[in-house]
Structure formats: C-alpha cells, structure tokens
Design a binder for this molecule. Structure first.
Ligand code: C5P
Length: 319
C-alpha cells in the first residue's frame, strides 16, 4: 500500500519494491539485452513544465515509412499507409482516453465516461465485450506488441479485436537503431505478419513505430532519474500515453497510476496475479509512472477514485 501512496505523491524508489522485483530489475540491468548506452544528462526532479517541454521536443510521432534501408530495398514504401499516423485523426481530437489493462479497471464503472471521449486507445488483447460497464466499448486506436503479430495463439489475422481500428505495432530494436540488425533479428518477427496483413486489409490504417521514437521516450525517463532504470523499452502504456498527447488536446489516462482499487490482478480480463504488471520488471514502469504523475493536471481525488490522470496535449504546452 505504501507503494501506491508513493505513486500518488510522486515519491518512490526502487528500494520500496519487493525483493523479487528488485532482483528482476537488477538482472535486466546486468543483461542489457538491447545494448543501451545512455549518454544524456540526468536530473533528480524536474518540474511539470520542464518534463512536458522535454517530451514535447521529442514529440513528433515516427513510424516506419519504408524510406530507410533495409525497408526501402524491400519495397516498404508501397506497403505502409500513404497517410502518416499524425494525419489520420485530423482535424484534431479534443479529449482522448487511454485505457490500461490493469486489473483495477474491474468494478470501476468508468465505461460511460471512457466512451464519451473523442478517441479511445487500448492495448494488446484487452477486450471490451463483456466488460463494457467498466472499460467502455469504443476503440479508436489499438497498440500491439510484436508478440501479438508473431504468436498464432492471438489469431491476429482473424480476431475482431484488431478490425475497424487504427493499429500501431512495436518491437524493441537495438538502442543503436541498427535497422538491419532489427530486421534480421526482432524480438518477435512482426515484419512478415505485418506485410501479409497490409496486403489483405490495405485500407485499414496500420503502422509500425520507429524504434527511434521508442528509445527517445526511454531517454527522457532515464534523464529524470539518478538511478539507472531498466535498459528496456517503455511499456505500451507509456508509449500510448505519449502518442495520444501528440494527437489530442487533452488526454485522460485510466488506471495507469493505480486507484484505491489497486490489485495484483495483472489484467482485468485474465485471472493472473503478479505485482510486476503494475510496478514493472522488464519495463521501467515505476519510473514511467512517476513521470506521468508529475505531469498530472487532474485532482488527487480523481487519481484515487478513478485512477485517472489528466494530461495536456502537446499543442497546449508552450515552452
Ligand atoms: O500488459 P499490457 O502491456 O498489455 O498492458 C497495457 C499497459 O497497461 C501496460 O503496458 C502498462 O503500461 C499498463 N498496465 C498497468 N498495470 C497493470 C497492467 C497494465 O499499468 N496491472
């Protein structure tokens, strides 16, 4: 419970995590699978405005456009959507919802509020059917990790979860942004399924995030910490929040910072319990969450009751 309190107040350190989670974090630091070599500055605690401006500098959404090798050679310029992701939801979305998959969404009764937003972002396999009262039923954008595309268990080609929405996929590339290495050795092979899906459903907007976008977000999280954070990409949740801050005037995030309903139930749609889902092991979740908490312009009451953080869109941030 002291951890959730720390998240609400924005003061937390790794030492407050359970020994198991601390060990997992250290293992990831020693492993450094993605070859992270951070060369930027580090600051202990920047103000809301400073954090917003740091993120705004790196705000421009980048997706694979097929212009770089090896993708250019493989004809990807004709495979990716003609319209950039930043353009398809024009003219501007006023308010947007980011719905995390946290177990604490259960019994929230937030469905109506979530659906009242102009656009709703969801993650991976998170369903709405059967959970409408708590999570709503509108989905505008779905962010999916490469496992969804690569693992046949998810029936990516056939499941209705992935139809009639804008899809945004990602996979961790090397920190050096060597696209050749990434293409020949992704975490999970998303490239072939992506091509196949694009050919089958050419009119559905479907993008792959550029690794540069992902690692730039990671850099900002590290820049705000004196301790070394896990050298792994931010969670889909963090990526999705930042994406929506580029597309919307105001972003409402649900159960990223846990409410009073906080639980070790990993996802609202699965019976699996693990505190790592909320506090992080692979992803630098704890640090992501402190950064998001610092940018909150909503009330503490909404944070505790709804698990809701309100953030300004980048076009409302003046640096
Ligand atoms: O597990 P998955 O990545 O599909 O969940 C989507 C996002 O929701 C996560 O990346 C994370 O940011 C957030 N989440 C959370 N707490 C949980 C489960 C998910 O903050 N218990």
């Amino acid at each position: 419970k002291s951890i959730v309190h720390g998240l609400w107040k924005g003061s937390l350190s790794m030492g407050m995590l359970s020994p198991r989670l601390q060990r997992a974090m250290k293992d990831y630091l020693n492993n450094n699978k993605h070859g992270v070599a951070y060369r930027g500055h580090r600051k202990a605690k920047q103000s809301r405005q400073q954090v917003l401006c740091e993120l705004k500098k790196r705000e421009k959404i980048r997706t694979l456009d097929g212009a770089e090798m090896p993708f250019s050679k493989l004809g990807w310029q004709k495979i990716v959507p003609a319209l950039p992701l930043s353009q398809i939801h024009r003219p501007g979305l006023k308010t947007c919802a980011v719905v995390t998959s946290a177990g604490a969404m259960l019994h929230s009764g937030l469905g109506k509020e979530i659906d009242s937003h102009d656009a709703v972002l969801r993650f991976n396999t998170a369903p709405t059917v059967g959970y409408e009262r708590d999570v709503g039923n509108k989905t505008t954008i779905r962010i999916i990790n490469s496992q969804i595309l690569a693992n046949p268990m998810h029936r990516f080609n056939r499941s209705s979860l992935y139809k009639n929405v804008t899809l945004v996929a990602w996979d961790p590339a090397p920190y050096t942004l060597n696209l050749h290495k990434w293409y020949s050795n992704p975490d999970y092979n998303l490239f072939t399924p992506y091509m196949e899906y694009r050919m089958r459903f050419p009119s559905q907007p479907f993008y792959i995030l550029h690794p540069k976008y992902i690692w730039q977000l990671w850099d900002v999280i590290q820049a705000n910490n004196l301790e070394n954070i896990q050298p792994n990409p931010p969670s889909s949740g963090f990526i999705g929040i930042l994406l929506m801050m580029s597309l919307c005037e105001e972003v409402h995030v649900y159960e990223y910072i846990p409410s009073l309903r906080q639980t070790d139930l990993c996802h609202y749609h699965e019976r699996y319990y693990d505190a790592a889902c909320t506090l992080g092991a692979y992803h630098p979740l704890l640090y992501e969450k402190m950064l998001i908490q610092r940018m909150n312009i909503g009330s503490e009451d909404e944070l505790k009751r709804k698990g809701k953080v309100t953030l300004p869109g980048f076009n409302k941030v003046h640096c």
